[in-house]
Design a protein around this ligand. Structure first.
Ligand code: MG
Length: 159
């Protein structure tokens, strides 16, 4: 078995969509990035890649590459799982936490969990999606950005 850690941050700005775990969340601010800037899915991808020793998201999906402009991060997550399988690994369990002052993410938690689980070929119960504020502190508290952390456990495909 292998474990991996992922961490990502994106800026919040008006005029952008807020996409988390593939769910478009209605809010006055959205995340800025080359792709859909889905900070939660990016953290999951980095955790998976790290666990498999396959580098990071920037290596596989460079943000200068026009192919990934406005890309759906759930699609990129599926590509990561394919890359893992080529190396003889499969996702086993993933846990995550999103750091967001606003909006309240609880109403979207199940849908995010389902989207991530489906993209990785896991049962929803094997994917944790949690959210916390930072009590008004720092860039998250000031609503300058959102952050996400993920840990992933991989098992051998043959196992
Ligand atoms: Mg990112």
């Amino acid at each position: 078995m292998r474990v991996g850690l992922g961490w990502d941050v994106h800026r919040l700005a008006p005029g952008r969509r807020l996409v988390l775990g593939g769910v478009v969340i209605p809010y006055r601010l959205g995340l800025v990035g080359h792709s859909d800037a889905d900070v939660l899915t990016h953290a999951v991808m980095d955790a998976l890649l790290g666990a498999a020793g396959l580098g990071d998201i920037g290596l596989h999906f460079p943000d200068q590459d026009p192919a990934y402009r406005d890309a759906c991060s759930l699609e990129l997550l599926r590509c990561v799982v394919t890359a893992l399988r080529r190396e003889g690994w499969k996702p086993c369990q993933v846990d995550t936490v999103v750091l967001a002052e606003k909006p309240r993410l609880a109403p979207y938690r199940r849908e995010m969990q389902g989207n991530l689980a489906r993209a990785m070929g896991l049962e929803p119960g094997s994917v944790g999606v949690k959210a916390t504020t930072t009590e008004g502190l720092g860039f998250v508290g000031n609503e300058e950005g959102l952050a996400a952390q993920a840990v992933a456990l991989l098992s051998e495909l043959s196992g």
